[in-house]
Design a protein. Structure first.
Length: 399
């Protein structure tokens, strides 16, 4: 059987190797199709990957960076136009007006009157982040950069108003067409310029003045008031207390775990008509007890009387206080904090009503300089598990 098998294979072994290779190549080529890459195959359409709208797409926050870029472009275009009109000495951000003494420009229109930066009602960081549509909260540096650009654009409003007045025809005066909705532009295909209709839709009209365009742009970034007065009064406009129907000024104070409520009223107002001609001396009542009886230590008494001594009103007011919590030292500081607020508010009510002339240095400034208006935020640090006290650890023993 083995011999027969060898005899059957003998002709194939002795066949020419070139003939065998030629027959194999011809048989394989008749059944195999030519190779084409997938993208260049002629059998179907070539699928192209969508391109990013802008190079800013590769940044961490593309919408925020695109919005900032649009605002910077608007700022440069506005400054360049005002420079060509002769209203700015330079395109530099710190440029001043050059035509302040021009006879064609009235003094009222040329005067730059802008709101204080704290009074500018830009959107808060949380609202600004939601409006722009960026991921994650805005950092302080990013929010500051955005509001700085908006404030710089707002600073051009007086000059833009003058430029619109001097222009004979706004359509032919070369007024730039600003991007009025940078957020819509930053989130669309118009970033790369592939959609001209979208680019034109977010720009101002040809006959619209520069002042109106900047106002429309800034209005999109201003804070949206939702019913009633939502703004928080800060600084000197903040009330430190209130006056009740009896003419008493009420204020509160605190220190550590102690809270105090204080009512003050001038001793002259509470004195009866049948009293002597000498001015009355006010009294201090703490929790229905005399001042000297409640605070038995001199340092605590001096702490309570210190606001009166600084304002030279010792004995001029009847003071009623309710204080609870913590120890006597903290209670004395809480009462002093409340008395300071009440004194400052009483003086404010008096000169607002016309019964007192507003001094050059008010009680509020004196007491604030002494550190009595603001509550001391220091608190006792709590005890931690495994510690003897808040930070003290048990004594380490080696053995």
């Amino acid at each position: 059987m083995t011999a027969l098998t060898q005899c059957a294979r003998q002709p194939l072994r002795h066949a020419a190797p070139g003939a065998r290779l030629a027959s194999t190549a011809s048989s394989s080529s008749s059944h195999q199709q030519p190779f084409f890459p997938v993208q260049s195959s002629p059998s179907g359409p070539v699928r192209q990957n969508p391109k990013p709208p802008s190079h800013l797409w590769y940044t961490a926050r593309p919408t925020l960076n695109a919005t900032v870029s649009s605002l910077e472009r608007n700022l440069v275009q506005s400054r360049a136009y005002l420079f060509r009109q002769g209203l700015l000495r330079s395109i530099d951000p710190d440029a001043l007006t050059a035509n302040a003494n021009s006879p064609d420009v009235d003094a009222q229109a040329g005067r730059t009157v802008l709101a204080h930066p704290r009074e500018r009602k830009w959107r808060v960081p949380e609202d600004m982040k939601a409006y722009i549509g960026t991921d994650g909260p805005l950092k302080a540096r990013q929010y500051r950069r955005l509001t700085t650009l908006l404030s710089d654009l707002e600073g051009l409003l007086p000059h833009a108003r003058i430029a619109d007045r001097l222009a004979d025809n706004l359509a032919t005066s070369g007024t730039p067409r600003l991007v009025l909705d940078p957020v819509a532009l930053s989130s669309g295909r118009a970033l790369a310029g592939s959609d001209p209709e979208l680019v034109e839709s977010v720009k101002g009209d040809a006959g619209e003045g520069l002042y109106a365009q900047i106002e429309t742009l800034l209005e999109r970034f201003r804070k949206v008031e939702v019913g009633g007065n939502q703004e928080r009064v800060v600084g000197k406009a903040r009330r430190l207390g209130r006056v009740d129907e009896f003419g008493r000024v009420y204020a509160t104070g605190g220190r550590k775990e102690s809270n105090a409520k204080v009512w003050i009223i001038p001793a002259s107002a509470s004195a009866s008509a049948s009293s002597s001609s000498e001015p009355p001396i006010g009294r201090i009542i703490i929790n229905d007890r005399p001042f000297a009886t409640y605070f038995t230590q001199d340092p605590h008494r001096q702490t309570v009387v210190r606001p009166l001594a600084l304002t030279s009103t010792v004995g001029a007011f009847n003071i009623f206080a309710i204080v609870h919590g913590s120890g006597t030292a903290a209670q004395s500081e809480a009462v002093a904090n409340a008395v300071s607020k009440a004194l400052a508010e009483w003086e404010r009510v008096e000169y607002e009503a016309g019964r007192r002339v507003e001094p050059e240095t008010t009680y509020r400034e004196i007491l604030d300089r002494a550190g009595l208006i603001r509550r001391d935020p220091r608190m006792v640090e709590r005890k931690k598990p495994g510690h003897v006290k808040s930070r003290k650890m048990p004594t380490w023993v080696k053995r």
